[in-house]
Design a binder for this molecule. Structure first.
Ligand code: FDM
Length: 212
């Protein structure tokens, strides 16, 4: 029918510090939407399944060393290699829930001291999210949650810098949810903003590109 041929999926991005609950919330959101009959997929960046993704994964596990600029560009390339599939999915009506995106890319590299404009440049032209949800938690509280793992960036001092970067990137369109609320309360707030966003995309909100 007319509506389904013109309606597209929404590009929904979850961002936040390590241990903020992004991954479990994206899983719950996926299940909720799927059970309601929406066409939906759960994505994450880095996508460690591609060749570039394997280089990133080995870097994060401290199994290889790379210049800060080089790893930044690999993270970006990892999004570029998924861009056309992303566009195809969205245009065919599938909503994508994406765990980390360009904002993680900029936040982590900027936290290392790279120039923010330089960090954003390779992201220009990627699809802009229809919604960015930031799960807000202090680095200290995040660290208390069973501690960080062994990956390269999972250290309190660095996470504090990442929190500062996110603050510099945030704009008024981001939906900020207190990540210290109960899992159910977060889930409820997340569903609300996501369903609103999906409605807007359904009604014909055009796809756009980074950075707006
Ligand atoms: N990360 C993630 C970056 O530094 N740049 C990026 O572009 C992306 C997508 O990689 F510490 C960092 C953030 C995190 C690490 O992420 C791996 P997951 O969510 O723990 O897999």
């Amino acid at each position: 029918n007319k509506e389904s041929s013109s309606s597209r999926g929404a590009l929904i991005v979850l961002e936040g510090l390590d241990r903020c609950g992004k991954t479990s919330q994206s899983g719950r959101l996926y299940k909720y939407l799927e059970e309601r009959g929406h066409s939906v997929e759960s994505w994450r960046f880095p996508d460690r399944n591609t060749g570039v993704g394997q280089m990133i994964s080995s870097y994060l596990a401290n199994q290889s060393q790379l210049d800060d600029h080089a790893i930044h560009l690999l993270f970006s390339a990892n999004r570029w290699e998924k861009r056309s599939l992303m566009e195809e999915k969205l245009k065919s009506g599938t909503t994508l829930i994406v765990d980390r995106y360009s904002y993680s890319g900029v936040a982590f590299s900027y936290a290392k001291g790279l120039d923010i404009g330089w960090c954003k440049a390779p992201e220009i032209g990627l699809l802009a999210p229809d919604l960015v949800v930031y799960l807000d938690i202090s680095p200290e509280k995040a660290a208390e949650r069973g501690g960080f793992g062994d990956e390269r960036y999972e250290q309190l001092e660095f996470q504090k810098k990442v929190a500062g970067s996110y603050l510099a990137l945030r704009d008024s369109s981001w939906k900020v949810i207190d990540a210290t609320l109960s899992i159910e309360d977060i889930e409820k707030k997340l569903r609300e903003v996501v369903l609103d966003c999906m409605k807007a995309c359904h009604k014909g909100k055009p796809l756009s590109q980074l950075w707006p």
